[in-house]
Design a protein around this ligand. Structure first.
Ligand SMILES: [Zn+2]
Length: 419
């Protein structure tokens, strides 16, 4: 968190201290506890400062306009803090409800309304701490998170930020991105890629006062992992990241299935990246998403090409090419008479599983026979899973899909870069 933002928040705390409801700990003889601020000061803003128990701020339910939810402790005792003071804790109240009321966060127990605040923090000092969060409005299934929660009222919704250790966050991402019951070595690969991505993108939402969101924009994250094997994979690869020739963290992009050949970065995103090169990927070809088929009428296909891309379908050569287009190896364009249509555009317009397809005429229809699923750049997840099953180790998998990269421990990287 930037110093300026800390100052703004502290000013807000003083500003609203005047109207907070006094006496919210009435009935309790305990002295009013003051929040320990030091724990919140070691957030990770740059991987250069990395050490093992750094914290990251992840916006959760980032696609949901939250109006109200309940929170309870699943493991450990949690305290609810506002204006630097403890206003409730889970040892005396099993369930706390937070709602958006008049642009503030209203905190309520079964018995009474504790107060309305601009910012509420729900935290636990214990090492093993898990909270359960259940959205009421809108209604969502409960989720379980490790670490702490910061809730603010902003622009008609409750903004929820999970304050969590980097590795616990990574374990949650690995489960969301790669599912359960995968080989251990595959989990290690996904853990290293998730860590590399997280550290390379810590500033992605810095203007919004958190590091990463929990949606595909950053990395998908639904809360804590339920798999011991995933946590073990994260611990076994602690601090490991992937860097390129310039010792920069790589853009660790991946997709479901390459169809037998991965794509060059420039054919999909326009820019050439040294380690995102097309590789011949035999590991992916017998996996679940290796093939797809789609039928389309000739008329629909030709009118799409003509209307959207001005492809010369009236020209018999061009027309023949469009109706019998083939890819033995990946191509980037469908082209004729100086008209080049990027296959990535055709894929997104027609919502095809991949750009790696060939076309076979069948009477009035066409059969698109496709290979792979996803953009095709970087690691093929199903191929990596196959490699893991065949006994390849995680460095071999990473070096196969991201060529000429290095696996390195962060502290060694810092030493090497003299920073
Ligand atoms: Zn994001």
């Amino acid at each position: 968190m930037h110093i300026n933002k800390i100052i703004v928040i502290i000013s807000l705390v003083f500003l609203f201290a005047s109207w907070r409801i006094d006496g919210f700990v009435a009935g309790s003889n305990e002295p009013v506890k003051k929040e320990n601020k030091t724990a919140t000061n070691k957030h990770l803003n740059s991987y250069k400062k990395f050490h093992a128990d750094e914290l990251v701020n992840i916006r959760i339910f980032s696609q949901v306009k939250i109006q109200s939810f309940t929170i309870s402790a699943e493991k450990g005792i949690y305290s609810v803090w506002a204006n630097g003071t403890e206003i409730a804790n889970t040892s005396t109240m099993a369930l706390v409800k937070l709602s958006l009321v008049n642009d503030s966060v209203e905190v309520k127990t079964f018995e009474n309304v504790i107060g309305k605040f601009k910012k509420v923090k729900i935290s636990s000092a214990e090492t093993e701490r898990i909270f359960r969060m259940k959205l009421l409005l809108p209604d969502r299934k409960p989720r379980f998170y490790e670490g702490n929660l910061i809730v603010t009222a902003e622009l008609g919704e409750l903004k929820c930020i999970n304050d969590i250790s980097l590795d616990n966050y990574i374990a949650g991402v690995v489960q969301a991105e790669s599912g359960r019951r995968s080989p251990q070595e595959f989990y290690k690969v996904q853990a290293i890629l998730a860590r590399t991505f997280a550290l390379a993108n810590l500033q992605k939402h810095s203007a919004e006062t958190f590091n990463l969101c929990d949606h595909t924009h950053c990395q998908v994250y639904f809360g804590k992992t339920t798999e011991l094997e995933i946590m073990k994979a994260v611990n076994d690869t602690k601090g490991k990241v992937v860097v390129d020739d310039n010792l920069s963290l790589i853009n660790a992009t991946f997709h479901s299935n390459s169809g037998g050949q991965t794509a060059n970065s420039e054919d999909v995103w326009g820019s050439k990246v040294s380690y995102l090169r097309s590789v011949n990927d035999t590991f992916s070809i017998k996996m679940p998403n290796a093939k797809w088929e789609r039928k389309m009428s000739k008329e629909d296909w030709l009118s799409y090409l003509k209307l959207k891309h001005n492809f010369p379908v009236q020209d018999s050569n061009a027309r023949w090419l469009a109706l019998t287009f083939k890819q033995e190896t990946r191509k980037a364009y469908l082209e004729s008479n100086n008209i080049k249509i990027p296959l990535k555009n055709i894929r997104s317009d027609l919502q095809l599983k991949s750009t790696f397809f060939s076309i076979y005429p069948m009477g009035d229809s066409l059969l698109f026979k496709g290979r792979g699923f996803g953009h095709g750049v970087g690691m093929c997840q199903e191929g990596a899973m196959k490699m893991a099953k065949l006994g390849y180790k995680y460095p071999e998998v990473i070096n196969f899909y991201y060529q000429k990269t290095q696996l390195i421990d962060l502290h060694k990287l810092n030493f090497f870069k003299d920073e």
